[in-house]
Design a binder for this molecule. Sequence first.
Ligand code: ASP
Length: 333
Amino acid sequence: MGKILIINTGGTIGMTKTVHGYAPDMEKFHENLYGIPELQNNRICEWEIIDMNPLLDSSNMTVEDWNKIGNIINRNYEKYDGFVILHGTDTMAYTASALSFMLENLAKPVIVTGSQIPICEIRSDGKDNIIAAMMIAAAGIVKEVCIYFRGELLRGNRTTKYSADDFMAFKSPNAPALAEAGILINYNKEILLPEPVGKFYFQQLETIPIGVIKVFPGIQFNLFSNIMTEGLKGVVIEAFGAGNIPGSPEALLPIIKKAFENGTVVTVCTQCFQGTVLLGNYETSNALKTAGAVSGKDMTTEAAITKMYYLFSKGYDTKTICRLMETGLRGEL
Ligand code: ASP
């Protein structure tokens, strides 16, 4: 069993109730964490903890906070065998997706977890989630960024928050679990990402202007014209079904064309919880394809957004970004 670093970013797991609602409480969290018998005397593995300052409700996470987390991993990469990130559930899927791209040639487990009930309250799911996440991080079998929650280890960039109140808060709609934790932790070894060939590298992200447009019946695309062609560098269109858009497809065509010419990358994902975008499969999605929109295939919106942040931060030109959006980089497709 290796030595792991816990990075505490905040989230419900370490919160207490205040007059204004739940908020991070580091002292109380540490009291509870160090009180877990399984964590004492390095029974699971050797571990240390770093608390981010300030601790956040994950709704307040920004690109800068992803950079802070990535920097901590980068600085400590050689010193530890694995990393556990304690994080709020609200944007956990975004952080896990972002880190999966930022941590290039990752050869160690990075396991993101949290809880639906604070660890200081009765019936908390926090203790089990932390213990299993630590065991997985220390075992060193997965070499990628994952979310561990309620018995399942999921590929981070395949995951989406599914329930606001169920103990199993996450689902990975288009990819099976990487491991299941019953009495034993059983890994699905054939689908784990292979050991990387190159050297570990940490890519910082820039705060690129990116937007998401969810289409709906009656949408007036002309209202989005300016932001799509001038304001934003990346747009994720959440289309219907296999990538279909409503109304007259021509309305969107010139906007996407102009956006493409201006260097804006338009990626089409689906509003469906499961399945894939197939641009050109229906007449209603053909316009998107011919105008230069990119197929997000079966990527989650979280993965599409963070992948665009990553590819723009790498400094690639628009054509390369469009090509790489449709290419699997970390198992996100
Ligand atoms: N609002 C909290 C957060 O995302 C919710 C949670 O942790 O479950 O930080």
